[in-house]
Design a protein around this ligand. Structure first.
Ligand code: ZN
Length: 299
């Protein structure tokens, strides 16, 4: 009797544990795997890239987890047809109440309109370039509606080097300064630089496996001189869309993070003697670089 109770308690504990981290799967079968072409949180000029892209046309798309289809749209809406450029789109709800989103599809499996509960082995559609898309790819995203949180899918997917490998450091390509009337590109930040006002400084920073990819970075911190407190600090674990504004988890608006595709390093560097940039990919090697500034404060 005691033995049976132990067994029952054991079974209860095992089955009441939360789902393991492997609960989500990549939405493309491994035999069709391609390295991701865009990562989460990159600049899309006026908003953050709210998902991850895998290139390719006609590739079968799998659900990231078993669940129910709550939205499927066949119409190929063009970018000027507001409000939505996702093209053929599927949204699913999963047992953990997350939603997964699949966009720019070429086809949607017709079965989804009658059969609502979908297993993780079932093809839900094929990748394409419907909607606002520059070349065929699957865009997929993960959303937690109860928290109004757009999550970085790469934090939830198993690490698979065939889709994403991050063993390199990001590289800092060039710098820029945003003035009232123009954005000036600066190739060498350590050369004398005339700054008449306390303008924001920017840097093009790219992450990749071996220089081929041009992914955005996962996190950024900048420091002025030897300050302990960063000037700019954020990571792309999650983003939010609130009151028509795109925000990082710590509340930075899109334009505080990006100008075009340049990362904002912050301001108040006019009196500084150096600037330190610390950037990381999702789980790669961080880069930490200190630059000696030579700013001439012309009036
Ligand atoms: Zn995308």
């Amino acid at each position: 009797m005691e033995f049976l109770r132990t067994i029952l308690l054991f079974l209860f504990l095992v089955f009441s544990l939360p789902l393991p981290a492997g609960g989500f799967q990549w939405p493309i079968p491994e035999k069709h795997a391609r390295m991701i072409s865009s990562t989460f949180g990159e600049s899309r000029l006026d908003h953050f890239h709210a998902g991850v892209d895998i290139p390719g046309k006609g590739i079968p798309v799998l659900p990231m987890k078993e669940g129910a289809v709550i939205f499927a749209m066949e119409r190929n809406i063009r970018p000027n047809e507001l409000p939505f450029g996702g093209g053929k789109t599927i949204v699913m709800e999963h047992p953990d109440l997350s939603w997964s989103v699949y966009m720019h599809l070429d086809t949607i499996n017709a079965q989804l309109y009658t059969q609502k509960d979908i297993s993780r082995e079932q093809t839900i559609g094929h990748s394409g370039d419907s909607g606002h898309s520059g070349g065929a790819h699957l865009h997929f995203g993960l959303y937690y509606p109860e928290e109004n949180r757009i999550a970085n899918p790469l934090k939830y997917l198993p690490q698979k080097e065939i889709f994403y490998v991050n063993n390199a450091s990001p590289s800092i390509k060039q710098f820029g300064v945003l003035m009232e009337d123009r954005f000036a590109i600066i190739r060498d930040i350590e050369k004398p630089l005339t700054m008449t006002k306390d303008y924001n400084m920017y840097a093009a920073i790219e992450d990749s496996v071996n220089g081929k990819e041009r992914w955005g970075v996962y996190s950024l911190k900048t420091y002025k001189d030897n300050d302990k407190k960063p000037v700019i600090s954020w990571d792309m674990e999650s983003i939010y869309f609130k009151n028509q504004k795109w925000l990082t988890k710590n509340g930075l608006e899109f334009h505080r993070v990006f100008y075009d595709r340049f990362y904002n390093l912050g301001n108040h560097f006019r009196d500084a003697t150096n600037i330190t940039i610390e950037a990381t990919g999702l789980n790669g090697v961080p880069i930490r670089k200190e630059y000696t500034l030579n700013i001439i404060k012309n009036k």
